[in-house]
Design a protein around this ligand. Structure first.
Ligand SMILES: O=C1C[C@@](O)(C(=O)O)C[C@@H](O)[C@@H]1O
Length: 879
């Protein structure tokens, strides 16, 4: 296999720098073949580059010089040895953020007519290196913007490294890694021990010329939760779904600096989940907790969702290790260990990740501490801590090179809270550019908890502030930790009860003594928060699984709330609920999703665009001018009873539908300008379905509805939306490419429009059971509409009946390329968003998914234990 040339000793030596300094072109070398227009330099760039004498490599910059701030649309380089999955990741990224893939190896082949290995054999190593450097330079120059550039180690002779280092001054250059077993499995030809040598040798080189690193975890288990039990086989692409999600999340993090409110708008926006709390920076919310988990506990089989349960952030605690006295760099295995653990956390949680290195105990650990913190910024965590007792220069360096990571200035000291030391340190942290401050102090007595409030009040009086995390540690400090408002450190339930707790406290006096359940309990026991009443309101809400799903979540989180069914034939009775000072909010079911709009005082921009509401929350405080406060303020007043001044309407159906589309759509069906979606039905759910399609970037949407006039109304509504200026900023990529178009198909007998591709996303938004006098619709798709050669995703949005004629049809009559999801997949997804709006907290996802499956029965009250068990088994650590 020619492509394994990187793995030869020859390349090693040249990487070390034994490359001749001046070399003429070999006269035998064939003229480069004419490059293809899409991925090549214009002729002038090639010829000027070819005639340019080799320049002296740019001196290698210190890591600290990287600012990690990039212009929008800057190209991203993926670099690493073969077999780490760079090309696959590049394709995923190119689909999600509409960029082209440029492979440096392929460029070489096209320009010279030879593979790199053959070229080396024929013209010698020096010519080969020279040509590679030349082509790498051209590629980086030509594809400075809008590309994902794949670069194998073969391009990295010493001068190539310098080129990449220079590029990394203004572009993300990501070192891609993967476990050695998987790389070996992919390359096949190499002995494992040889490969180990190569990795050990090359990793520090790749690290030197990249400003980020991503550990690509090999997925062995498919995300089968999206495939209903009776589908015979799991499509292979599903195994890659998690890798895709994790990488896109990473990419979004590094390419999207936060806006003024601290929220992030990623380049992969149409691919990202749209849960409401993601829009509100965690450090601005009240009474949030971060679970602290030592790196050593993040073993491969650890259940991250379990550890994170009920928390608002996940903190990885890294202990600096002894470093070789002569080395200035973190040992490679250590760096890799940290990167892989962080990748595992990122892949299994939706909450922000904090990277915390425990401050150096003495001067001899200082270098190790610095190197661990520097390494952390390469992994792009949401937050990283920096010890405020370190040298100011170091803190400044970290704030300058933090990129999109927010820095928490951290300090643990035994000084009294009245001591001016703390205020000075707070001011220093602000001056040096920290985004958040975290002060902790070991408490001896309960009185220390009162003193801390005085300090917090002093901070509050300042004109300029950044969020403050501030609490006493140790057993005596627990009370102050409970009432700290921002990211209180907690430990997992299992650790608090476990045998290692005492040793941990001894080893690290900063260890928290609190669990999230205790912290939650105190808020209610102290009357800071109140038990609330939630409902689902609908004409036939009796069958709804929402009460079971939400109540299970409240119970698991230790919230004393209650969710009940409110079945009614008229919305007039809503007043009764709203007069109750404990009213927390209601889910709105059919047939009220449109009608309820007349009763709300304000709506989210999404609900307004959709023209349907499925979630109502009470507003207890209005702005001075009588308007409704911002989302952040609305979240701050959750879980607190009192008279209600207004009702706010939102829609979580589209959020759930978007999540399900993301889950089920294969890379082969990634949304392109020609992608076509079909929506069946035109009620409230149909509107949410059209909106979800627009949000994932579908530009051709076809509606089929029994009553043609209603379908036309829906089309008119969305036609107005996409042509109005309000769609800019609301729909991702709205300003790019053609404007979305909508069509109505009148009858099942009609042919699929000839100018449109067959649909690859089908959303059935009609009831699956009889409603009133109407029999169940028993809808199936006309076969002439089902010709997508790559299949697609079909989602039956209702859940009362599961094995519907449509689901049976897809399973029995189509190829395995179609993935089916149903209402039991959707209900929890839209419910997570509802839980966030009702409580201001992230939803306990697994609990809610499991409860929905366990409580489901068909119209005759029968459950299906086999189906439930298969689907329960399939719920993996899916954030
Ligand atoms: O449509 C639905 C389903 C639902 O009504 C239920 O529990 O069945 C709950 C609603 O929030 C959602 O919009």
């Amino acid at each position: 296999m020619a492509s394994v040339a990187v793995a030869t000793k020859r390349t090693f030596s040249t990487m070390m720098g034994d490359m001749p300094q001046t070399q003429a072109w070999s006269p035998q070398e064939p003229r480069p073949t004419r490059p293809r227009a899409s991925t090549h330099a214009p002729d002038s760039a090639i010829s000027s580059a070819m005639s340019t004498p080799r320049t002296t490599p740019t001196p290698m910059p210190l890591l600290a010089e990287w600012r990690r701030i990039f212009e929008p649309n800057s190209s991203v380089v993926l670099v690493g040895i073969r077999g780490t999955g760079k090309s696959t990741l590049a394709i995923m990224a190119s689909m999600a953020c509409q960029r082209r893939v440029v492979d440096v190896e392929q460029q070489f082949q096209e320009a010279t007519g030879f593979s790199t290995a053959k070229y080396r054999k024929q013209f010698g190593a020096s010519n080969h290196n020279l040509r590679q450097e030349e082509l790498l330079r051209i590629t980086l120059q030509t594809h400075d913007k809008g590309a994902i550039i794949v670069c194998n180690g073969g391009s990295l002779e010493k001068s190539g490294q310098a080129l990449l280092q220079e590029f990394a001054q203004s572009h993300p250059v990501i070192h891609i890694m993967r476990d050695i077993g998987s790389v070996h499995g992919y390359l096949k030809v190499l002995q494992l021990s040889k490969l180990q040598d190569i990795v050990a040798f090359t990793a520090p080189i790749f690290r030197r010329c990249s400003n980020y690193e991503f550990y690509n975890i090999s997925e062995t288990k498919a995300a089968v939760s999206v495939v209903p039990a009776n589908q015979p086989s799991v499509p292979a692409f599903l195994t890659l779904k998690r890798a895709e999600r994790t990488f896109l999340k990473f990419l979004s993090m590094i390419t999207s600096p936060t806006d003024e409110q601290g929220a992030r708008r990623g380049v992969t926006a149409n691919f990202e989940p749209a849960f409401p709390l993601s829009e509100v920076p965690v450090e601005l919310r009240k009474y949030t907790c971060a679970v602290q988990v030592p790196l050593a506990d993040l073993t491969e089989d650890v259940d991250i969702e379990e550890l994170e349960f009920g928390c608002d952030a996940f903190e990885v605690v890294v202990e600096p290790v002894e470093m070789d006295a002569h080395s200035q760099h973190l040992p490679s295995e250590r760096a890799e260990h940290i990167s892989s653990a962080m990748s595992r956390v990122r892949r299994s949680t939706i909450v922000p990740v904090i990277y915390h290195v425990t401050p150096a105990k003495d001067q001899s650990h200082a270098v190790s501490y610095f190197e661990h913190v520097r390494h952390g910024l390469r992994i792009a965590p949401d937050f990283a801590t920096v010890d405020l007792s370190s040298d100011e220069e170091f803190v400044r360096e970290m704030t300058a090179s933090r990129g999109s990571t927010k820095l928490i200035g951290h300090l643990h000291a035994p000084l009294d809270w009245y001591d001016p030391f703390w205020m000075e340190k707070y001011d220093t942290a602000m001056r040096l550019g920290c985004n958040v401050v975290r002060f902790t102090r070991p408490a001896q007595f309960q009185d220390d908890n009162a003193a801390i409030q005085t300090f917090r009040n002093k901070i509050r009086e300042k004109a300029d502030t950044i969020p403050l995390i501030c609490f006493n540690t140790g057993r005596a400090g627990r009370r102050s930790a409970c009432f700290n408002q921002v990211l209180t450190s907690v430990i997992p339930e299992s650790v608090r009860e476990g045998p290692t707790f005492a040793a941990r406290v001894q080893g690290n006096p900063e260890t928290s003594w609190l669990t999230v359940k205790e912290a939650t309990h105190i808020l209610y026991a102290s009357f800071t928060y109140d038990p609330m009443r939630f409902y689902i309101i609908g004409a036939s809400a009796g069958y709804s699984l929402s009460p079971a799903m939400h109540n299970a979540a409240y119970k698991a989180c230790g919230m004393p709330h209650n969710f009940t069914t409110y079945q009614t034939s008229t919305l007039n009775t809503l007043q009764e609920l709203v007069q109750d000072t404990d009213f927390g909010g209601t889910a709105v079911s059919q047939p009220f999703k449109l009608e309820v709009i007349s009763l709300v005082h304000s709506m989210s921009r999404h609900a307004r665009a959709i023209g349907a509401v499925n979630t109502l929350i009470p507003v207890r405080h209005l702005n001075k001018d009588g308007s409704i406060p911002t989302d952040l303020e609305l979240f701050q007043e959750r879980n607190q009873a009192g008279p209600i001044k207004a009702l706010y309407g939102d829609n979580t159906d589209w959020i759930g539908i978007k999540s399900c589309i993301r889950r089920g759509l294969s890379p082969a069906n990634a949304v392109r300008p020609t992608t076509c979606g079909l929506v069946v039905g035109s009620g409230g759910m149909g509107r949410a379905a059209v909106y979800a399609m627009l949000q994932v970037g579908v530009k051709n949407i076809v509606i089929f509805n029994r009553t043609y006039a209603n379908a036309e109304k829906l089309v008119a509504h969305f036609g107005r939306l996409v042509s109005s200026s309000s769609s800019t900023g609301l729909l991702p990529l709205a300003s790019q490419g053609p404007r979305p178009t909508f069509r109505v198909i009148e009858s099942r007998e009609d042919a699929w429009p000839t100018d449109l591709r067959p649909p690859t996303i089908v959303l059935s938004c009609i009831p699956t059971h009889p409603v009133g006098d109407s029999p169940e619709p028993s809808f199936t798709l006309p076969t002439q509409w089902m010709h997508s050669p790559t299949g697609g995703v079909v989602i039956e949005l209702a859940y009362r009946t599961l094995n519907t004629p449509l689901m049976k049809q897809i399973r029995e009559e189509t190829s395995g390329a179609w993935v089916c999801l149903d209402g039991l997949d959707l209900l929890p997804e839209q419910g997570f968003a509802q839980f966030e709006m009702f409580t201001g907290k992230r939803a306990p996802r697994r609990i809610m998914r499991e409860e929905v499956l366990r409580s489901w029965t068909d119209e005759r009250g029968q459950s299906d234990p086999a189906m439930v068990q298969t689907r329960l088994d399939a719920i993996d650590q899916e954030p």
